[in-house]
Ligand binder design. Structure first.
Ligand SMILES: *[C@@H]1O[C@H](CO)[C@@H](O)[C@H](O)[C@H]1NC(C)=O
Length: 246
């Protein structure tokens, strides 16, 4: 009996060793073996693991779009004024062909003679079109960034979140909340409160990304050494009882 046991353990050890060897073989060069065995035990394919996710901000707005923010948000350095050559926050002109709702800017006409109009993320069709593009191009999920919702940006963030949910459901895509802690001094307590009181309700949506049976939440913005991130990463403690996997 003892011999059999020994044989069993030897076989088990061999198996373990060969697994370990295999693991090491698939690991990227340069990382430690302790990290490596963690890597190979990563989660199975789910709504985010093994999928393509894009960051989604939904933060463009125009004066007159009916949004609570009513400004040329992220289109112009001075958001109280039309974007123009002297008030330009645009890095590349968006493809406007599919939007029927758009807003006139102060730029001169485009090279093709068309008016220089821009979209608002607040128009219902905008986010729907973006999720349709995701569907057409094999992009599985959007990580919806959530900036400090307790200030002036809160009402528009809440509205955009609801539009993202509707569009994700309509186009069979996934979405999840990605808190962005930039400039958010009291983020530690306020993220928890916001998740509990508002955002966790979205996990009831069939489109809310789940991984390993749990809703996915991301927190973005640690590791920057600047005034917009005035804390050390050790300040973040989510707590083990919450259903947070990322
Ligand atoms: C931004 O535009 C508004 C409206 O034209 C103007 O009143 C304000 O002075 C401008 N702000 C700056 C910093 O130029």
């Amino acid at each position: 009996m003892k011999k059999i046991n020994n044989l069993y353990w030897m076989a088990a050890l061999c198996l373990l060793f060969s697994c370990t060897k295999q693991k090491i073989n698939v690991q990227p060069a340069g990382s430690s073996s302790a990290q490596n065995s963690k890597l190979t035990q990563s989660s199975p394919i789910g709504d985010v693991v093994g999928k393509i996710t894009v960051g989604y901000q939904g933060w463009f707005a125009c004066i007159g779009d009916g949004s609570p923010i009513n400004a040329w948000w992220h289109w112009a350095p001075n958001a109280s004024q039309q974007p123009s050559n002297s008030n330009n926050g645009i890095k590349s002109w968006p493809d406007m062909r599919e939007y029927t709702a758009s807003y006139q800017t102060g730029f001169s006409n485009l090279g093709n003679g068309q008016q220089p109009r821009l979209f608002s993320s607040y128009s219902d069709q905008t986010i729907d079109i973006h999720f349709k593009w995701m569907e057409q191009n094999g992009i599985d999920a959007a990580a919806l960034q959530r900036f400090n919702p307790n200030g002036w940006e809160g009402p528009v963030r809440d509205a955009i979140t609801n539009k993202v949910k509707i569009a994700a459901e309509a186009h069979n895509r996934k979405f999840y909340i990605m808190y962005d802690v930039s400039g958010w001094t009291d983020m530690q307590a306020e993220i928890k409160a916001d998740w509990t009181s508002k955002m966790s309700a979205y996990t009831a949506s069939s489109a809310y990304a789940k991984q390993n049976g749990k809703p996915v939440v991301c927190i973005w913005g640690f590791g920057f050494d600047d005034n917009n991130h005035p804390w050390s990463a050790t300040r973040l403690s989510i707590g083990s009882k919450q259903k947070v996997v990322m």
